[in-house]
Ligand binder design. Structure first.
Ligand code: ZN
Length: 243
């Protein structure tokens, strides 16, 4: 499915254009860094949102795995909260974010998925978690107020899926490489240069913070087709549960 390749570059422009919108205030979140390998069973065999192979490891500090935490319900499209841009995390949000991030990790691992943004669990904050599980080992990133500071001219097309659009997949074209600046869970400024699957995943999650879903990168025709199919499957699921 290459019909949108090279013609749909909204992702590139849209993401590049958001630089500077987020505020980068120092923030101490005091999130515990205990390395606890949790929920491995749930993640083995993960489809990883079907985003194809894992590329080179990123150049960035890897944040330790989160402790076990209660999971959160994932909002399913079309839900207005998924279309609403999230606001920057402020120092006053520390307690909320400290509680939220471990639960986001737990929710992502259980799904299983490789990325989750706060709006997907009903929190309109610029927070995301990602773990590609290279070699089936945890490599979690928790990002506060992430922003894209550079994108490559080169584009890459990958099949993407989303925990908020279960069982729906489409080829999405985005910049092949991105540089992202963010605050880690300890409140320290970090920068990461990502390519391959990580680049696609991070751009996908950053889109969520702006109320953009992967289907928004498709033609209206194709987007409507996916949304209709999703609605039908969700109806079917509800009917099955009521029986
Ligand atoms: Zn998603």
């Amino acid at each position: 499915m290459l019909e949108h390749l090279g013609t749909d570059d909204r992702g590139c422009k849209g993401l590049a254009g958001k630089t500077g919108q987020t505020r980068r205030q120092p923030l101490i979140l005091l999130v515990r860094m205990a390395l606890i390998a949790t929920r491995r069973a749930a993640t083995s065999g993960a489809r990883m949102n079907n985003l194809a192979r894992i590329n080179d490891p990123p150049r960035a500090t890897v944040i330790a795995a989160p402790p076990a935490a209660a999971t959160l319900p994932i909002l399913i499209a079309p839900n207005l909260a998924l279309k609403t841009p999230a606001r920057a995390v402020q120092p006053a949000d520390s307690d909320l974010v400290r509680d939220l991030v471990p639960r986001m990790f737990a929710t992502m691992y259980r799904a299983p998925g490789i990325g989750l943004a706060a709006p997907q669990v009903g929190h309109g904050l610029r927070v995301l978690v990602v773990d590609l599980m290279p070699d089936d080992k945890q490599q979690p990133y928790g990002m506060i107020n992430p922003e894209i500071v550079a994108v490559s001219e080169g584009l890459a097309t990958r099949e993407e899926g989303c925990l908020s659009l279960p069982n729906q997949y489409a080829d999405i074209t985005r910049p092949a490489k991105v540089k992202i600046r963010y605050l880690d869970l300890g409140g320290a400024r970090q920068e990461i240069e990502a390519e391959g699957l990580l680049a696609a995943c991070l751009q996908h999650e950053l889109d969520h913070l702006d109320g953009i879903l992967f289907v928004d990168h498709l033609s209206i025709l194709k987007r409507n087709m996916i949304m209709r199919r999703l609605a039908k499957e969700q109806r079917q699921k509800r009917d099955d549960q009521q029986r």
